[in-house]
Design a protein around this ligand. Structure first.
Ligand code: SF4
Length: 337
């Protein structure tokens, strides 16, 4: 499949300047970007992973994780290799940090057919970094939307504003990884910057995309109370209704720090729940932080055991006290705002 890359400029000596993400690479002829998704071929930028699908399967939406978007429904989840961040603790590095164009050749229309065949409510672009799989996600998302299905991204949020603005009208829900509120952490551990991630979350929320945030809690790196409080406060100032998923880290890739103890996650969840209405703990057995409770009366409105979900809602309001709940129950594509 041959498709033109978006968001780049030709500069001198057949070099190209990439304008897709804030890394702002300049690539000489034959050179690939560090993301592994774009490369300079004969003086033109080429989307190297277009139509190269390394993973495609049906997942519970809770696995993304999205807890307030069509709870209990499965979604076709697809990925290509590559990522524009290089976090030393990456929990998915076997896909995200691989270079080269591996995978099954699938066109955007094939993905829609696959979604229909599986009875999926839509497509989730996930596992690695979908925002730098830009052209394929954009083209597929258009067809998904035309088919009356929903589009979901699970992302690090590290994209420039212009391509993000092009994608936003096609998106229904997003889980964005906010790794820390510490600029130094982003710079030293992820080789990136914090501000573009915050700008992406803000833009998605402002546009009416359903947003949930994930923070991987890594002992000794981002699990201090002051760090967690800054993250909580930033999310709460945007909206206390944004679900926050605190996820337990396990040693992977270049990090060998011990796994996050359940007690650390419990402490983090208590602290974040001081200002956020919906806080969850993942990758660990902490039943107190699995269920969705009505913030007004405490009624458990969605119960979860692992990926088994029991949704007790027939409308987005608490069956016990009638309080409105920001939970999307109907699989209808969003009308862009
Ligand atoms: S998308 Fe890839 S090539 Fe483009 S600036 Fe980001 S890391 Fe560099």
């Amino acid at each position: 499949m041959s498709v033109a890359a978006a968001y780049w400029d030709a500069i001198s000596d057949r070099r190209v300047a990439c304008k897709l993400c804030p890394t702002a690479c300049q690539l000489r002829e034959g050179q690939d970007g560090p993301c592994g998704t774009r490369g300079n071929r004969a003086g033109a930028m080429v989307p190297l992973q277009y139509g190269k699908v390394v993973a495609a399967g049906l997942d519970p939406i809770e696995k993304k994780p999205l807890y307030h978007f069509l709870p209990g429904r499965p979604i076709l989840s697809v990925a290509a290799q590559g990522c524009n961040l290089h976090c030393a603790f990456c929990q998915n590095w076997q896909i995200s940090q691989q270079k080269g164009a591996a995978g099954e050749n699938l066109a955007p229309a094939d993905i829609v057919r696959l979604a229909r065949r599986h009875g999926s409510m839509g497509v989730a672009y996930t596992y690695s970094e979908p925002l730098v799989w830009f052209e394929f996600v954009r083209d597929t998302a258009r067809l998904v939307r035309e088919a009356g299905l929903v589009n979901v991204v699970v992302s690090n949020g590290y994209l420039n504003p212009e391509p993000l603005a092009e994608l936003i009208p096609l998106l229904d829900a997003a889980n964005i990884d906010l790794k820390s509120m510490d600029e130094r952490f982003y710079r030293e551990v992820c080789k990136a910057r914090l501000a573009p991630v915050l700008a992406t979350i803000t833009a998605l929320v402002a546009a009416g995309v359903h947003v949930e945030v994930t923070n991987l809690v890594i002992p000794g790196h981002n699990d201090g109370d002051p760090q967690l409080a800054r993250l909580r406060d930033w999310v709460a100032d945007l909206s206390p209704d944004i679900p926050l998923h605190l996820s337990a880290y396990r040693p992977e890739y270049k990090f060998d720090a011990p796994a996050t103890p359940p007690a650390t996650l419990d402490r983090a969840a208590r602290l974040c729940a001081e200002r956020l209405h919906y806080v969850y703990a993942g990758n660990v057995r902490l039943p107190a932080w699995n269920d969705t409770r009505c913030p007004a009366c405490g009624e458990a409105v969605i119960a979860r055991r692992g990926y088994q979900t029991e949704c007790r809602l027939t409308a987005p309001k608490c069956p016990a006290c009638d309080a409105a709940l920001p939970i999307i129950l109907t699989p209808a594509p969003r009308t862009a705002t």
